[in-house]
Design a binder for this molecule. Sequence first.
Ligand SMILES: Nc1ncnc2c1ncn2[C@@H]1O[C@H](COP(=O)(O)OP(=O)(O)OP(=O)(O)O)[C@@H](O)[C@H]1O
Ligand SMILES: [Mg+2]
Length: 134
Amino acid sequence: MLINLCTNARQAIGDEHGRITIRLSERKAADQPVGKSVVPHGSDVLLDLGVSDTGCGIDKETLEKIFDPFFTTKKKEQGTGLGLAVVHGILQKHKGEIKITSTVGVGITVHVYLAADGRKVDKKSKSVRRSRRQ
Ligand SMILES: Nc1ncnc2c1ncn2[C@@H]1O[C@H](COP(=O)(O)OP(=O)(O)OP(=O)(O)O)[C@@H](O)[C@H]1O
Ligand SMILES: [Mg+2]
């Protein structure tokens, strides 16, 4: 997912100087900003993966189509239109959600929300491990 999102960000920035920002944060499910979403589906912790860029941005009309398989605005050798369709498919499988906001000429922000069900963040090793149930 991250590779697809970052590839899109890099392509949106093109040859200009730009910035891609990746953030990962935990939220309490009660604070989740995703309305009637299926997330977090039984978990009290929600992971929020944010990827934003300072690229060309997406207009409203295009935004409605970006998850459609084979929808692309790129030249043949630059895109097949499957990157976001794959991301969407992965999130459906894991009961996650994706939100994209954009301003044309300024860039986009993507938020991927996933339930951190049954997992705890190990602060010492910075890794995510499955908690033991007794
Ligand atoms: N970060 C972004 N900035 C601007 N437009 C974007 C961004 N990410 C996606 N898009 C738009 O959404 C369309 C679909 O993206 P998607 O990743 O599904 O396909 P693609 O990048 O065109 O091709 P592929 O990922 O298969 O190589 C893109 O063609 C582009 O118009
Ligand atoms: Mg892509």
